[in-house]
Design a protein around this ligand. Structure first.
Ligand code: ATP
Ligand code: MG
Length: 441
């Protein structure tokens, strides 16, 4: 077992004793590693790239650590941009591919410069040595370095043992590291979900107490993290872990309130089903969009609010428009959603009131609308999630798209002027789900 004292002697695993081969490292990353080295700098592959290669998985991207300062990195590459306020990083561009190059960073030692009163780190640009860089990273398994000089793997923090044991362990004092940067709690959940790892007991206990600290994180950063949690193929696992650790309510408080009510096991079902579908699409290589994801996550609050407005006399379409706007405004205070997506999200919701109105020429017109496909998928999801009143409507639209023009005309003629109204009042209980999923073992 490793403690967090810095003993200065890393474990070094030579090339023949690990499975990383250059054949599995992107050419572009190798190019950057070699050029830094040729210029006399240290250069290592680090982070998710090393972790995933050691696990025999395909890395999502390649991160590089070096003792070259950002300006020195920029001087070496024509296609290089410096980014970031919190951390200054060099991005080396190769067409669409980006290789991230970070200068070794030192530690802060508590509430020094750059830390806010509550221990949150605002700026983090103290440069350091390789060893210091290893200790300031988030998890031991993310702190393994692949040395381009001799292709060995360098481990200061016990990451290799944890990788073998399937354990996510925060480097240092977990509570303090989460306070410094609450997003690390979301990262713990993301990696646990993605890799099927367990969070080490010492690293998981503080999470239950620190959920509130997420509320100080800029909503734009939470949005970025959300996409990684939910649109990378492990959304269901992410969702269940977020709820298990009681973090979900700090991201989507309105949805959490609906889930907590759970009149008939219904809301939970819709979010889960939606995430299941999303995971399946990612697995098949199909595109996924934040607009649909947020439509799923925020539907219950919108539906509940729209019902109230309708009871007060608004039309269903107006009610969905108004409720959709309000819920988005309230939600983006916590987790941002870029306008181009929130507009689509709201269209998907309003279309739920249009889809039942399909007699005469209406159906053909709806089919031409830009958000039809997403709205139809959303309707299917609602029907699948237990809204039995909608199953017939969903089937009607499925048929309508499958048949030729002539049959479409016949379907339209026979369609009711308005039925299966989108508010889903006639829902029936199907099956109850347990409120909180258990922790994975
Ligand atoms: P992936 O790219 O597969 O999502 P990753 O581990 O590479 O996972 P990145 O966000 O690309 O994640 O970050 C690269 C590395 O930078 C991490 O592996 C970790 O060592 C370090 N890191 C990233 N975010 C933090 C953080 N908030 N606190 C400390 N270290 C971090
Ligand atoms: Mg990475």
């Amino acid at each position: 077992m490793k403690t967090d004292h810095h003993n200065g002697t890393p474990r070094i695993v030579p090339r023949p004793e690990h499975i990383i081969t250059r054949a599995n490292i992107a050419e572009t990353a190798l190019k950057v590693l070699y050029r830094l080295r040729a210029a006399g700098f240290e250069s290592y592959l680090v982070g998710g790239g090393v972790r995933d290669l050691l696990l025999g998985r395909e890395p999502k991207d390649f991160d590089i650590a070096t003792d070259a300062h950002p300006d020195e990195v920029r001087a070496l590459f024509r296609n290089c941009r410096l980014i970031g306020r919190r951390f200054r990083l060099a991005h080396v561009h190769f067409g669409r591919e980006i290789i991230e190059v970070a200068t070794f960073r030192g530690s802060h030692d508590g509430a020094g410069e750059g830390a806010a009163g509550d221990g949150m780190i605002l700026r983090d640009n103290v440069y350091g040595t390789l060893e210091e860089d290893a200790w300031r990273r988030d998890f031991s398994i993310n702190s393994l370095y692949y040395d381009i000089r001799d292709f060995s793997v360098v481990d200061f923090t016990g990451g290799l043992d944890d990788l073998e044991a399937g354990l996510l362990r925060v480097i240092g004092d977990a509570g303090q590291r989460y306070r410094e940067d609450p997003v690390r709690m979301l990262r713990a959940i993301r990696f646990a979900a993605k890799l099927g790892f367990r969070i080490h007991p010492g690293s998981e206990t503080p999470i239950f107490e620190l959920g509130e600290t997420l509320e100080a994180v800029p909503s734009a950063r939470l949005y970025e993290e959300m996409l990684k949690l939910f649109l990378s193929g492990h959304g269901v696992a992410s969702f269940e872990l977020l709820r298990h650790y009681d973090l979900f309510r700090h991201l989507f408080p309105m949805t959490e309130a609906c889930l907590a009510q759970e009149e008939n096991g219904f809301p939970h079902q819709m979010v889960l089903r939606g995430l299941e579908n999303t995971d399946a699409r990612v697995a098949e290589g199909k595109p996924v969009t934040p607009a649909f994801l947020f439509a799923v996550l925020l539907w219950e609050p919108v539906r509940a609010r729209a019902e109230v407005l309708q009871a007060e006399g608004m039309s269903e379409i107006q009610a969905l428009q108004s409720a959709g706007e309000t819920v988005i405004v309230l939600s983006v205070r916590h987790v941002a959603l870029p306008k181009r997506f929130s507009l689509q999200t709201r269209e998907i919701w309003v279309m739920q009131a249009r889809l039942p109105r399909r007699n005469g020429k209406r159906a053909a017109r709806l089919l031409e609308m830009p958000r039809f496909r997403a709205a139809y998928d959303f309707l299917l999801l609602r029907a699948e999630s237990g809204d039995e009143a909608l199953q017939e409507l969903a089937q009607w639209w499925t048929d309508f798209q499958a048949v030729d023009e002539e049959s479409r005309a016949a379907l339209s003629r026979n369609a009711p002027a308005d039925s299966g109204d989108g508010s889903g009042k006639k829902r029936r209980r199907r099956r109850r789900r347990s409120k909180k999923p258990a922790a994975p073992e």
